[in-house]
Write a protein that binds this ligand. Structure first.
Ligand SMILES: Nc1nc2c(ncn2[C@@H]2O[C@H](COP(=O)(O)OP(=O)(O)OP(=O)(O)O)[C@@H](O)[C@H]2O)c(=O)[nH]1
Ligand SMILES: [Mg+2]
Length: 273
């Protein structure tokens, strides 16, 4: 079975850093893994170079210069060019067919919410290249500072979930920037919805009570209330995230069970619920 993890989420929320953290961790664990860069505007990778890079095909800078587009139009043009060159992508990926692929994606949120391009890329991986895929949606820890920011982050994540239709995990990145053992952080990682509603009502005008209630119910109904925290400075935190990813990809179903690898599967992250 072939596996690919798509690392998605808003700009600057730590996608590329998450990719390089996981790759370093997996390489140290002797798992064969490769980075696929699908961000035609990415300008650097700390420590790790992508094995497959959309920038070998096209870059946003080139498109902006040659077609006189802005950065967002340039990105969409790059994806259109990618779809015209599916054979190129297939050939690139074919060279790594025994390996786990981690796909670093751009930060333009519209790619996951209302423009169909990322969905089309995922369809290619699933239906043409025969990969089992899952997504890791990155939301950085600063989103827990107040309920309205948290709502906006969670609603974007939910919108991506609905558009992409793949099993996925919500990752709360940059946890090293948060105070350790803060009750505020715990409250937002695995949310008690009545507490969330209470906090939201306290932080907003009375006229938003019914809206707060509706959003909290939506969050509850779509099982969006759980985030896997990632503190990249803490090996256990990385290991825990990797287990969640393997679970979402159902890696264990295809392998002999490994001792010490069992973990609580009570919380299901795929979008079947
Ligand atoms: N302290 C801390 N900083 C982080 C972490 N992850 C990312 N950063 C910083 O946040 C900034 C953005 O990180 P990236 O990994 O480039 O984020 P991205 O989501 O790939 O950004 P785009 O590709 O532009 O959308 C950089 O300055 C990183 O050094 C983290 O876990 N902890
Ligand atoms: Mg990036």
């Amino acid at each position: 079975m072939l596996y690919a993890l798509f690392v998605i989420g808003p700009a600057g929320n730590g996608k590329t850093t998450l990719c390089s953290t996981l790759i370093e961790y997996l390489q140290n664990s002797k798992r064969s893994v490769h980075l696929v860069n699908l961000d035609p505007a990415a300008d650097y990778f700390e420590h790790i170079e992508p094995s497959i890079d959309i920038k070998d095909l096209v870059t946003v800078d080139e498109v902006m210069q040659e077609c006189n587009y802005g950065p967002n139009g340039g990105l969409l043009y790059c994806y259109e060019l990618l779809f015209d060159n599916v054979d190129w992508l297939q050939e690139q990926i074919g060279g790594y067919s025994e390996d786990f692929l981690i796909v670093d994606c751009p930060g333009q949120i519209e790619l996951y919410t209302h423009v169909p391009y990322m969905k089309q890329v995922i369809d290619l991986f699933q239906n043409k290249f025969n990969y089992r895929v899952c997504g890791a949606y990155c939301m950085e820890s600063s989103f827990v500072v107040d309920p309205s920011k948290y709502f906006s982050g969670v609603l974007c994540a939910m919108s991506a979930m609905i558009q992409l239709e793949i099993p996925y995990i919500n990752v709360m990145t940059k946890m090293d920037l948060m105070p350790k053992d803060s009750p505020m952080v715990d409250r937002f990682l695995d949310v008690d919805t009545s507490l969330l509603l209470e906090t939201a009502n306290r932080a907003s005008h009375d006229k938003y009570r019914s809206l707060n209630e509706t959003i909290v119910r939506l969050i509850d109904d779509y099982s969006m209330v759980k985030f896997v925290p990632l503190d990249r400075t803490d090996e256990e935190s990385i290991e825990r995230l990797m287990l969640e990813i393997d679970n979402a990809l159902q890696v264990w179903d295809d392998e002999e069970p490994k001792e010490g690898k069992e973990f609580d599967q009570g919380e299901d992250y795929d979008n079947d619920d």
